[in-house]
Design a protein around this ligand. Sequence first.
Ligand SMILES: C[S@@+](CC[C@H](N)C(=O)[O-])C[C@H]1O[C@@H](n2cnc3c(N)ncnc32)[C@H](O)[C@@H]1O
Length: 312
Amino acid sequence: MRDSTFHSDGVDVDDQRAVYETSLGAIYQTTVEEALENPDFSALHGSVQLIFTSPPFPLNRKKKYGNLRGAEYVAWLSSLAPRLADLLTPDGSIVIEIGNAWEPGSPSMSILTLQSLLAFLEAGDLELCQQFVCNNPARLPSPAQWVTIERIRVKDSFTNVWWMANSDRPKANNRNVLSEYSPAMLKLLSSKKYNTGDRPSGHDIGSTSFLKNNGGSIPSNVLSFSNTSSSDPYLRFCREQSLDPHPARMPAGLAEFFIKFLTDPGDLVLDPFAGSNLTGAVSESLERKWISFEPLADYIAGSRGRFPALLA
Ligand SMILES: C[S@@+](CC[C@H](N)C(=O)[O-])C[C@H]1O[C@@H](n2cnc3c(N)ncnc32)[C@H](O)[C@@H]1O
């Protein structure tokens, strides 16, 4: 562990030793509960623009880092809501990614994720700004028993992403996350001809506003990212160091989307369940400040592989 203290504009985390740090951020080996109780982190109050995280999921099979189940999980996750909400700037956001869960030994979905969302919103007195799904088209068919063996369910390929805030108008700008126009749209824009008039829905789509090039199309709340790369620097670093890669890494595109959408360069992003510190690395690349908490030393050790400058 390096003897270092994170100091950057507006954030001054006294006496806490970061495991590693950059000029923009630092990762601490701690549980979120300990960090929230620790007066050294009190400077975070009111200064975090975005909490972007994927907490341990309520899984049927236990992962290395352990997962609570059922009512215990709902109570634990929601107990964090008011304390996390307190860390936000007045127009800050919390974005939580959480996978679907299934009832043990049954082809029924668990409603735990939904219960968790409702309990979290209520406990934190938060607004649900928008719900997203994050589809992974390359996901292997699961749950295997019901999908590939009995063939009575289809593959479960998305995770839930909940965007929440203390107010109904947190900082957000969809111009920062425009999608590339499709070839058909580009053709339409260059032809300058649009078939106006009533749509089947009864809407009249005006005339020229659709022919203006806005630099890209407004994305929907159905996001899609594959998470299949086996040759990224993180995985290479883990292999070289004989460290197990984190088993539940999220796609980099997901972090990039929300960090660009909900923050500006220089804003502070916190991931209280950092795992492989993807959030910190993406924040760094987008020139946002970042702080990450993760209790497991091996995951933190592997996450250095996301910061080439630290390895030089
Ligand atoms: C789903 S993973 C996060 C993965 C991460 N988004 C990534 O892309 O690498 C959840 C992480 O939370 C950590 N964790 C579990 N309990 C925790 C706690 N009480 N406080 C902070 N982190 C915790 C686990 O060790 C695990 O690495």
